[in-house]
Design a protein around this ligand. Structure first.
Ligand SMILES: [Zn+2]
Length: 306
C-alpha cells in the first residue's frame, strides 16, 4: 500500500492555491514555484535545500536527497525556448516532494535514490512509477492553473487567440497545457487536435463534446478543407479568430456538423494544434459519469506536451 500522506495530488495543490490566493491575491500568477517550494518545505525536517536549473539533455527534472544532510534537491532541465515547460517541470518535481518523498526513502537506499523524470523511458515505468508520474503532473497542473481562477478568466467567452495568450501569460504555461486544462473543465462542446503531416497525433474532447459523440482518435486523418489541413492557421498572433466551417469538413462518430476552428501552427515543432468549438448540442442524451472528468490525470508526455 502507498505510504503517501493520504492527501490526493489535487487536494495538495488546492490547499497551496488557497494560501497563495489569501496572501497574494491576483498577484500570485504566474505561480513562483521555486519560492513556494522553499517556503512550504522550510518548516519540514527535510526541507528543499536547492532548486537548480541545469543545462543537460536526457532528463526533464529530478528530485534527489541531499548527499550529506536531511534535505532535498530539485534539478530541472533548462529549456530557454519553452519557459512554460520549465515551470511545469519544476512544479512536477515539487509535486514529487510533496507527495512521494517518503515512498522514495522507504523503497530504496536513501543514498542512491532519486526521482529522475525521464519522459523517453516511460514505456519502462512500473505501474507504481506511472502512478507517481501522473500524480506529479496532476499536482503541477492544478497548482499552476487553478480551476476556479481559470474558469473566471474564460467564462462565457469564445476561445480566441487573444484569450489563449492572456491565459498562457497569466499562468506561465505552454499553449498545449493551457488548452488541455480548459478542455477539462469547460461545459461547452470543444475538442483539441494535435496533428502532424495530415494525421492526428492525439486529441481530447471536453465532456460535453465526448458525450455527444466527439472523440479524437490518434491517427485520424485531418480533413483537407479544415484550417489545419490547408495549413493556413498561421501563427497565433497572425490569426487569433476562430473560423466558422460548414458541416461536412470535420466528421466524428455521430457524423458531421458546423464547427468553429482555431488552428495554431508551430513551425518549430512541425505540429498544428486545432481547437474545435461546436454549437450547443441538441437532442443528444447525456449520460452521467461516476468519475469526475479530469484530463490532468491522463497527462501523457509526447510531442508538444506541457
Ligand atoms: Zn516525475
Amino acid at each position: 500500500m502507498s505510504t503517501r500522506t493520504g492527501k490526493s495530488a489535487t487536494r495538495a495543490a488546492a490547499d497551496l492555491s488557497q494560501v497563495l490566493r489569501t496572501v497574494l491575491g491576483d498577484a500570485r500568477f504566474p505561480i513562483d514555484v521555486e519560492g513556494l517550494a522553499f517556503e512550504v518545505s522550510r518548516h519540514q525536517p527535510d526541507p528543499i535545500s536547492t532548486v537548480e536549473k541545469v543545462a543537460i539533455d536526457g532528463f526533464d527534472g529530478m528530485l534527489r536527497p541531499h548527499p550529506k544532510r536531511q534535505a532535498w534537491q530539485i534539478l530541472y532541465a533548462e529549456q530557454p525556448r519553452y519557459p512554460g515547460r520549465e515551470r511545469f517541470t519544476l512544479a512536477h518535481e515539487f509535486g514529487h516532494y510533496m507527495l512521494h518523498r517518503h515512498d522514495l526513502h522507504k523503497s530504496e537506499g536513501a543514498a542512491t535514490s532519486a526521482y529522475r523524470c525521464l519522459p523517453l523511458q516511460m514505456d519502462r515505468w512500473t505501474e507504481a512509477e506511472q502512478r507517481r508520474e501522473d500524480e506529479a503532473d496532476t499536482f503541477a497542473c492544478h497548482l499552476l492553473m487553478p480551476f476556479d481562477d481559470y474558469r473566471a478568466q474564460v467564462a462565457g467567452v469564445e476561445m480566441s487567440g487573444a484569450l489563449l495568450t492572456h491565459v498562457t501569460d497569466r499562468y506561465g504555461v505552454s499553449l498545449t497545457a493551457a488548452v488541455r486544462r480548459w478542455i477539462e473543465f469547460t461545459d461547452t462542446r470543444v475538442a483539441m487536435v494535435m496533428a502532424r503531416d495530415g494525421f492526428a497525433l492525439w486529441g481530447r474532447a471536453s465532456k460535453a463534446a465526448y458525450d455527444s459523440g466527439i472523440f479524437v482518435r490518434s491517427g485520424m486523418e485531418i480533413p483537407e478543407n479544415s484550417l489545419a489541413g490547408l495549413g493556413r492557421g498561421g501563427s497565433l498572433a497572425a490569426t487569433g479568430r476562430p473560423t466558422a466551417l460548414p458541416a461536412g469538413i470535420w466528421a466524428f462518430a455521430r457524423g458531421t456538423e458546423p464547427v468553429k476552428e482555431l488552428t495554431i501552427i508551430s513551425e518549430r515543432l512541425g505540429v498544428s494544434l486545432s481547437i474545435l468549438q461546436f454549437a450547443k448540442a441538441g437532442g443528444y442524451q447525456f449520460e452521467e459519469d461516476d468519475e469526475p472528468w479530469d484530463s490532468c490525470d491522463q497527462f501523457v508526455r509526447g510531442v508538444g506536451e506541457r
